[in-house]
Design a protein around this ligand. Structure first.
Ligand code: CUA
Length: 306
């Protein structure tokens, strides 16, 4: 119950640990007081001790005690939560934009310019503070990786900032946590934390445009350019659509469809032909016009975009 890749009770970094600690302290405090009140209630019912009915008892137990306990818990949680906003300058900045129903992810260079764009998967270096700027392209969404940080909304027209930090290498799952229409429940993503060196290798790879295709993939690429390029970008090919996720290195990601399907030729083909069956209401239409051969060629091209 406490484990898993998407659990606030399994904190994997300092920010999530602070939130988990606050939760446990509040839960423990609430439990102790609940048990105390129940014990007193049972005592009052069965033994009817006279002192429980005294005026002083009502003032002490009904006013003084809750004021003291609640004030103490309030001060504790405010101070502990303050540590979440007072943090060192980030080592890495990422912009996350919520779309119905996927995540665009822009990696920023130190000067603030966009280095590359990816989707539905964040990679971060272990042990470093990452600042995530949260925006929305349409409606309210909410960015939540329970194992790494608290939950923060993506509000149209507003720029919210969240800190992510992972204490160890690993893969965690996040989820849109604010109902945003139709397939809201299928708006997930992954966060992968790796050592700095491995992270830099990934970043270098993502910066590059897609490699030129060999003869075998030509057919798939031309199908892609005629059917998919209006909505999807593949850097290095004449595909610059901005409506859907950037697919330049889509095959390097863990999932497709925003965290809902494993990433392989078969699922890519199924997604192209019948994404409305897999994720009803998403903004990509079913492409049923392809022959089996064409669909396979197209899926193989997409699956080659590593
Ligand atoms: Cu996006 Cu719910």
């Amino acid at each position: 119950m406490l484990g898993g890749m998407q659990s606030a009770l399994n904190p994997q970094g300092p920010n999530a640990a602070a939130i988990a600690e606050i939760s446990w302290v509040l839960f423990a405090g609430g439990s102790v007081i609940f048990l105390l009140v129940m014990a007193l209630a049972a005592w009052a019912v069965w033994r009817r001790p006279a002192f429980l009915a005294r005026h002083g008892m009502i003032i002490a137990g009904g006013i003084a005690f809750p004021v003291a306990v609640l004030s103490a818990l309030l001060v504790y949680s405010l101070l502990r939560a303050a540590s979440l906003s007072a943090q060192p300058p980030p080592g890495l900045r990422i912009e996350v934009t919520g779309y119905q129903w996927w995540w665009r992810i822009d990696y920023l260079a130190p000067d603030g310019s966009v280095e590359f764009v990816t989707a539905n998967e964040l990679r971060i270096p272990v042990g470093e503070h990452v600042e995530v700027a949260l925006r929305s392209a349409d409606v309210l969404h909410s960015f939540w990786v329970p194992a790494l940080a608290g939950k923060l909304d993506l509000v149209p027209g507003k720029d919210n900032r969240l800190r992510l930090a992972a204490a160890r290498p690993g893969t965690w799952r996040g989820q849109c946590a604010e109902y945003c229409g139709g397939p809201h429940a299928q708006m997930a993503f992954y966060v992968v934390a790796a050592e700095r060196e491995e992270f830099e290798r990934w970043r270098e790879q993502q910066r590059r445009p897609a490699v030129a295709v060999d003869a075998e993939k030509q057919k798939g690429q031309s199908l892609f350019l005629s059917h998919c390029a209006a909505c999807h970008t593949v850097r290095g090919a004449p595909a610059q659509g901005r409506l859907g996720p950037d697919l330049t290195h889509v095959a390097s990601r863990l999932s497709i469809g925003a965290g809902i399907l494993p990433n392989d030729v078969r699922t890519i083909g199924a997604w192209i032909a019948s994404s409305q069956h897999i994720k009803p209401g998403n903004l990509m239409p079913d492409f049923r016009e392809f022959s089996d051969d064409d669909l396979h060629a197209l899926a193989a091209y997409v699956a080659s975009l590593k």
